[in-house]
Design a protein around this ligand. Structure first.
Ligand code: SAM
Length: 291
């Protein structure tokens, strides 16, 4: 049963399955391993009790304490996942890392497909990935011919991203370990232009020099500048937020204000859907484009 008309779930091509969610946890298969981890949006009960016992990796956390992973048998803490679209294969490194993440947000495949299609139309062009994490969107764009600028504040993630790029034979990415705001301000001063921009800002974060990022305080100014970087003829902007501190109505209002010249506008609730049609709503996704 659909929860919302604009619910979007698409993990096609990724060797991944969203199996079940409930009681504050989600169960997923990433390549060869099944993971059981906390998920604040997993409301209601679990559909299949027995399958949860098959998890290879389990993330536990006690209130007020840092959590950790528990693994079964010989399950490795680092492995690889394949993404296969239209006959081309990409590989990404996964790793059990603190804060229950593993290096990929599978629901983002929906954006990888959007980016691929756009750069196939453009055959060339420039792409900017702000708040890039392990840079999967950058690698997908580069694979489809884009010249990419990748901005992420955390240095540790830069090595992980470069490993992902090397593994896929990608060398047309400029890696910047920097505060997204600092980069965007500089790029506006230089009158740089991009054909595609993705930003997935967290609720709270730090720039590379420790400057705090607070979504409800900082997004408006950033978004205003980001729109100045879009190519007038052919460009698109994808924004994704997982934080309840940025309600969809506010996000839509900001995008409408700054993006009024864009001709195509999509508003979605981004999530995951299991084979048994259980839907997990994870965040808001807006995509604006003029081609
Ligand atoms: C939600 S993750 C993005 C995930 C990404 N969309 C993906 O699918 O892989 C947010 C990222 O923003 C980074 N970050 C936080 N504050 C930042 C800032 N001020 N400038 C640049 N990156 C920042 C974090 O280190 C984190 O890697």
């Amino acid at each position: 049963m659909k929860l919302a008309d604009n619910f979007l779930s698409n993990t096609k091509g990724l060797d991944y399955e969203f199996i079940d969610a409930g009681e504050g946890r989600k169960l997923e298969r990433f390549g060869k391993y099944i993971l059981d981890r906390p998920e604040i949006e997993a409301k209601g009960g679990k559909a299949f009790k027995d399958i949860w016992e098959k998890a290879d990796h389990y993330f536990w956390e006690e209130k007020g304490k840092k959590g950790d992973w528990k693994s079964n048998g010989n399950a490795a803490s680092t492995w690889e996942i394949e993404y296969s679209a239209k006959g081309e294969d990409l590989y990404f490194k996964l790793e059990l890392s603190k804060f229950k993440h593993v290096g990929l947000f599978p629901e983002q495949v929906a954006n990888w497909q959007f980016i691929s299609k756009k750069f196939d139309v453009l055959s060339g062009g420039r792409f900017l990935n702000l708040f890039a994490y392990t840079s999967a969107a950058s690698i997908v764009a580069a694979k489809h011919g884009a010249e990419v600028v990748n901005v992420e504040a955390l240095k540790q993630l830069s090595n992980w991203s470069r490993e992902n790029a090397e593994r896929n034979g990608i060398d047309n990415i400029r890696w910047l370990v920097e505060d997204a705001r600092a980069y965007v301000n500089r790029a506006v001063r230089r009158a740089e232009k991009f054909n595609g921009i993705i930003l997935d800002p967290p609720a709270f974060g730090h720039g590379s020099k420790g400057k705090r990022w607070i979504i409800e305080r900082d997004l408006e100014l950033l978004l205003e500048s980001v729109f100045k970087l879009l190519d007038d003829d052919r460009s698109f902007l994808i924004i994704n937020t997982y934080s309840p501190k940025m309600p969809k109505s506010e996000l839509v209002a900001l995008m409408k204000r700054f993006g009024n010249k864009m001709t195509e506008k999509e508003h979605h609730i981004l999530g995951l859907e299991s084979k048994s049609e259980k839907q997990l709503e994870l965040g808001n996704l807006l995509r604006y484009s003029n081609f």
